[in-house]
Design a protein around this ligand. Sequence first.
Ligand code: 6PG
Length: 238
Amino acid sequence: MAREQLNGAAYSWHAFAERQDLAAALAGHVAGRLTNAIAERGTALLAVSGGTTPAKFFASLSSIPIAWNKVTVTLVDERCVPASSPRSNAGLVAANLLQNAAAAARFVPLYQEAASIGDPLEADSRMLRSLPWPLDVVVLGMGTDGHTASFFPDADNLERLLDPSSERVVLPVHAASAGEPRLTLSLARIVSAGFLALHIEGEDKRKAFESAVASEPRKPIRAVLDAAERPVEVFWAP
Ligand SMILES: O=C(O)[C@H](O)[C@@H](O)[C@H](O)[C@H](O)COP(=O)(O)O
């Protein structure tokens, strides 16, 4: 494990020869942190990202026999689509993580189809505010454009999304590159996590990460590194 310090952005780099090895190692770290949180405060709060990268990690984590009945799982971000949509992160987590031992965990979505009266976003915030914050574990992904969560570089409210002092739990995101409208946890909620991991795979993302960390203008992933209360643990495989 190499601990890097580039331009003040602190992160630890964990490289693996095989993606399956990364999945097993990251799952072991996350399971250990959740178990510690449960021992310390009787509960654990985990936020995971969607996309195409985390499936192997979810499968590995789902089989680890921890006290899942004391774990609450939520999402780092979500596409504003029904859970039945192939684009839904809630659907991805249900099918890949909330299986096996992890089926006993409580899942709290970010997005609920517009059944809630009034401002659905406010309703979500109220529901999410009741979770046992702070996050014990966050697992982020990253795009080759340097976005993470739904902090897309072309988001129309990027400055607000990256405000480390935001009081909001969840924020709406409108970005042409995001596809559908999104909801994302605020940067402030993400960076206060006890364990903050970034899971990336492939040469393109390794280069994108190194570029985002080393150069200006600042990409969203760099804003997370800069605001994180602890070094971000980067897990990478080719
Ligand atoms: O909803 C999402 O898509 C994720 O939360 C997003 O931040 C993802 O982690 C990156 O876009 C990488 O996605 P891939 O794993 O598909 O490359």
